[in-house]
Design a protein around this ligand. Sequence first.
Ligand SMILES: [Zn+2]
Length: 263
Amino acid sequence: MQSTSYLNMIDSHFHLLSMEKKGMDLASILQRMEELSMEGIEIGLDADDLALRTARFKGYPFIHLSAGIGPWGVQEGMPPIQEQLAEFESQLSRNKVVAIGEIGLDNHHAYGTRQSQTQLMMAQLELARQYEKPVIFHNREADDQFLSLLGEQSFPQQGIFHCFQGSGELASLAIKQGFFLSFAGNLTYGANKTLQDLFKTLPLEHLLLETDSPYLSPIPLRGRPNSPLHLEHLYRFAAALRGMEVEALIDAVRGNFHRFLEQ
Ligand SMILES: [Zn+2]
């Protein structure tokens, strides 16, 4: 198992059950996370996964839960949107979450139609408003749609753009609306020079870091299933980009994360 030397790292976004499906040993990963005083959000993917995840992770106070139906909820073969939303709300009303997500728009995989993706996302934005929870956005190649959304609405509970890979224009508007931008292992990839340049210029108090485990392993582990225990590579890379000490970046992200939890 990959070990790490830093304490107190925040991982704002991971999918533990997806890691388990890839054969990874969650019990030992969670134990090591606890030893390292790590903390983060175990992110929901589907309408019906919250009750199960609540039961599974209730012994781990450093694991916070979010719940949401991602844009894959409208792909072919999924139950009708209204049916999924009813199940989602029923689980949401009985279990505690720190945020609604991940929800959003994906023109890369082009699940369903743009219209159906938007309908599913807007219904959950309404739930976020009702429950007074921040949102966690998934954005793949949908900058224009998010620019319109953020231009039209305000988000009193704010939220996170996860695995940020949007434009400078979207970054500015999101920050103006109070969002945090969370960067994942793809920040370390050689082809992402523009993203790296953007990352250097963003205000530190709006930044988070994440693994998106089991996806997006940072260099030098690219191509292997990712784990929160791989996070130090991203922190080291990100700190070097900004000309900071790793420990200072860890402290700053931890402070940001706790502000997010309190909003
Ligand atoms: Zn995710």
